[in-house]
Ligand binder design. Structure first.
Ligand code: RB5
Length: 148
């Protein structure tokens, strides 16, 4: 199950993300927003991130105008490693090396077909583990407020 959320600026890209999830047969939970009425992106980033952090959803995809603000907000939730991504290579590497558990996209940055390719590759790529697990462990240590 994938958590999805967006603000009013990200909403136009949401159907493209859902189309990829449907195409891949992946279930999702939509945490809103569901209109163009102006809302605060941290609220929606936090909703999806909390669902991932709580284990209700395995991973999450969030959208705002740039992908930057909602990605920053999601990444502040304990246990979240969120990548804001505008290319497929970074999307792939964020899974292989960084075990990113959330993806943030900008609807004012990306065309729909590129966004769909990014979502596809991000969903289909597994974490490589091994030496990267030690480094992700260090990120998680920082997330817990510990020093390296
Ligand atoms: C909303 O206008 C816009 O600031 C928001 O969607 C996002 O791009 C922030 O990072």
């Amino acid at each position: 199950m994938i958590a999805i959320a967006c603000d009013h600026a990200g909403i136009d890209l949401k159907p493209s993300v859902i189309a990829v999830l449907d195409e891949l047969g992946i279930t999702y939970k939509d945490f809103g927003t569901n209109s163009h009425e102006s809302v605060d992106y941290p609220v929606y980033g936090a909703k999806a991130a909390q669902a991932v952090a709580d284990g209700v959803c395995e991973r999450g995809i969030v959208l705002c105008g740039t992908g930057v603000g909602i990605g920053m907000a999601a990444g502040k939730v304990h246990g979240i490693r969120c990548v804001t991504c505008s290319d497929t290579y970074s999307a792939k590497m964020s899974r292989l090396h960084n075990d990113a558990n959330m993806l943030a996209l900008g609807s004012r940055v990306l065309g729909t077909e590129l966004a769909k390719d990014i979502v596809r590759v991000w969903l289909m790529t597994a974490f490589e583990g091994e030496r990267h697990a030690r480094r992700v462990g260090m990120i998680n240590k920082l997330d817990r407020g510990e020093t390296l």
